[in-house]
Design a protein around this ligand. Sequence first.
Ligand code: F0G
Length: 354
Amino acid sequence: MTDHPAPLLERYRALIARDDETFPISLGEGGTPLIHAVRLGAELGLDNLYLKFEGTNPTGSFKDRGMVLAVNRAVAAGARAVVCASTGNTSASAAAYAAAAGLPCHVILPAGKVARGKLAQALAAGARLIMVDGNFDAALNAVRRLGEDGLAVVVNSVNPDRLAGQQTGAFEVVDALGRSPDALALPVGNAGNISAYWQGFNAYLDADRTPGGGLPRMLGFQAEGAAPIVRGEAVEEPETVATAIRIGNPASWELAVAARDRSGGLIEAVSDDEILDAQRIIVRLEGVFCEPASAAGVAGVRRLVADGRLERQMTVVCVLTGHGLKDPDAVQAEEGSLTPIAPELDAIRREMGL
Ligand code: F0G
């Protein structure tokens, strides 16, 4: 717990909080950088490309924006425990905020498909982990049923407090740019974040807090092997290297489709190769290290610029949803690991090619 009330929730209190509501639990979430990506923009063909880097949140992903509100409200409602299903980041966030609140946290995870860093975070914070021999969708179904029993508060994005808190990402983008971007691109998994951003841009506009008015086109990207919204039907066995978005039946499907259609946007699929290529150029050109799923938005924007559906002068924001350190194995699989050589100057010089 911080000494000060939750700065993010207090900053946007007028748009989020109930009367007299207090937020004793905070880990200092939000306030993430919006980086003008000049070198990456030049590579893609955009003069005004920005990266909203959510990896600087306390647990390294955007989930903290909604989790802080969900856990504060669970505590206020007298919850005895929280529970979630997760591809990893939700569990890391839930575990941390539950620890700060002194609440037990139960986590249901798809076996074998959670990135190492995320698992470590949940374990370290003392969450009670249960792995199921099934995917995220099966885990979320079980969690919804557990929530109905009333023994624990569900902190997945089916809890409206999660989406309410995640709207702050949109508020920060408008505050930082001093206007609404022309387009906002992001990965789509359970489809909560695209829905929350859209809700947030609309709430900001309605509150007269968007200078110049306007709303962005929402550009969502799923992984090819896990693209139910693009295909128009649930995917039984979703597969992708971007395990965070390995989801076959998103909970916020309809909200995401509404965000797409009302904004004049799109939801498309990108391949695992496009995702990993994007992850690499983001960090090599900008120094910003995000996890594979987070790169899906940049992969999609790259294609849209290439085929003329986005123009050079447009202001485009890509949300990088989680930190690269969460999934070191994805990088090592791509870049390989090191073989030691003798600690001798000549040998080292030779290796350096100098
Ligand atoms: N990016 C990252 C890094 C994520 O962890 C997630 C979702 C998404 C994008 C997609 O966001 O679900 O709101 O469409 N991760 C969830 C989890 C499912 O359990 O951590 P979404």
